[in-house]
Design a protein around this ligand. Sequence first.
Ligand code: 5GP
Ligand code: ZN
Length: 115
Amino acid sequence: MNHDPTCIFCKIVAGKVPSRKVYEDDEVLVFHDVAPWAPVHLLVVPKAHIATMYDTDEAHTAMLGRMMALAPRLAREQGVVNGFRIIVNTGPDGGQEVQHVHMHVIGGPRPWSKG
Ligand code: 5GP
Ligand code: ZN
């Protein structure tokens, strides 16, 4: 599995940096964002290092579908029952700060600090 030892999310996947994990399977890890915008703010990441959505192709379709299908289930498990946002920032103009694909799942009662 592709791994970048300098990447913060690869370090989280490898257990070298702690995180508050909520879900894990063979290809996906989900943990709480360290700087949440809302009562619940999860990050859904592939375990393999993929820098941006530009680096995905048809081979990633099932994994990306798995990530999206997890969102409503995990949101509900976190008590988010009145709606949430899914955001995948991509590239400089997309505001992507961490260069490892991640899906934000953000929800819970408003007001939120951002978004
Ligand atoms: P981006 O702007 O790249 O879409 O979002 C990156 C997200 O990763 C931000 O919301 C930021 O708070 C989160 N983040 C960055 N470093 C860490 C970390 O070490 N642990 C956790 N749990 N979240 C992080
Ligand atoms: Zn990575």
